[in-house]
Design a protein around this ligand. Structure first.
Ligand SMILES: *Cc1c(COP(=O)(O)O)cnc(C)c1O
Length: 366
């Protein structure tokens, strides 16, 4: 069986360094808010190209804390609107509604699966305060047009960089393109921890300070509480592991690109649509997405032939029970993507043989 993702192998690749880092923390007796956090935050901010990186519990929280900070700063107020792609992972949308803000769904482009910048302006109202772009599947969603719209309407630009660590737009990393960005280090992400972890990057000092406080009971000084916060901190062990893996991120992303290139060049089955890549720096292939009208039959065939695949995602957010109020809405492009999308095995530890086998089996399907 060719697995969709073999996490054990991903970790084993850097096992010596990871074990040394974990042991260092275990032996230190210091497990939260210490030197490992400081070092990873400094290294990650440097890598992304922002002044600040603030560690937190996970990627969903990172996004929640960004909007929470804007509410605390009174840049946004409950009831204000945030534009977000309709085909994103649910977490992007939860982070908005969690803060009493209103997610406004905008269709993606069928070419890129990223938010369609031609459809954003018509969704802007007097209540719109931000655009949350999501670099879905590892591809940069930012466009110059989105930047212009933010300036024209005085909107904050927030990035969901959970799937795109290391991705670049004209030489700048995603996560540094907007006003603030949320990052997830869920184990399966391109930069993955050995458990839950996340971070916020920004150049905004005030936002960074508020994020740090709300993720730590709302406290900036011990036992003094400025906000009604929560506990969402980054473990020292996870920070130490992430600092090891960060050093190897670019080389791992380069392998993902090689695999993607091979898939795109060699998958010739006319029933299958492979991603269109214009700028290889702007895609880190967290997920290698193909589309196929007979998606479910293709998935079953691949399973029977020893290839594990995953659907990203089977049900669009507006059809989920948690957003009942949207169940009657129609987003045809989003719905088509959810009907046709299939993700092939992709990871920096796939062997050449495995990649070739996937191509061969996919091409044989009729
Ligand atoms: C994984 C992911 C998140 C959430 O991150 P967690 O660390 O799992 O909370 C948010 N947005 C996107 C697009 C993701 O893929």
């Amino acid at each position: 069986m060719i697995k969709f993702l073999e996490l054990q192998k991903v970790t084993a690749k850097y096992a010596d360094e990871i074990h040394a880092a974990v042991n260092r923390v275990v032996d230190s007796g210091w497990y939260l808010q210490g030197e490992e956090n400081k070092k990873f935050e400094a290294d990650y901010a440097d890598y992304i190209g922002t002044k600040y990186a603030v560690g937190c519990g996970n990627g969903l929280d990172a996004l929640i804390w960004i909007f929470r900070a804007y509410v605390e700063m009174e840049v946004m107020n409950p009831g204000d609107e945030v534009i977000v792609p309709a085909n994103t992972y649910i977490a992007s949308i939860l982070a908005i509604s969690e803060n009493g803000l209103k997610p406004v769904l905008v269709e993606p482009s069928m070419e890129t699966y990223q938010i369609d910048d031609a459809k954003i302006e018509e969704a802007i109202t007097e209540k719109t305060k931000a655009i949350l772009i999501v670099h879905l599947y590892g591809q940069c969603a930012y466009t110059d047009k989105i930047g212009e719209l933010c300036r024209k309407y005085n909107l904050k630009l927030v990035e969901d960089n959970a799937q795109a660590h290391g991705c670049k737009f004209k030489g700048r990393r995603t996560g540094s393109l907007g006003d603030a960005a949320g990052h997830s280090f869920y184990p399966g992400k391109n930069l993955g921890a050995l458990g839950d972890a996340g971070a916020v990057t920004t150049n905004d000092e005030e936002l960074a300070k508020i994020v740090r406080a709300v993720a730590n009971y709302g406290s900036q000084r011990k036992y003094v509480f400025k906000y009604k916060g929560r506990n969402s901190r980054l473990d020292e062990i996870q920070a130490a592991v992430l600092d090891v893996k960060l050093k190897h991120l670019d080389e791992d992303n380069a392998i993902r690109r090689q695999i993607a290139k091979y898939y795109i060049e060699h998958i010739t089955n006319p029933a299958i649509i492979t991603p269109k890549v214009k700028d290889w720096d702007a895609h880190v292939f967290h997920i290698f997405s193909i589309r196929c009208e007979q998606r479910d039959a293709l998935q079953q065939y691949l399973t029977e032939n020893g290839i594990q695949t995953v659907i990203h995602y089977p049900i669009p957010p507006h059809k989920q029970e948690c957003y009942k109020e949207w169940n009657g809405l129609s987003f045809p492009i989003t719905e088509q993507i959810h009907r046709e999308e299939l993700s092939l095995p992709m990871s920096p530890v796939m062997t050449e043989e495995e990649v070739k086998k996937v191509v061969e089996v996919v091409n044989r399907w009729k």
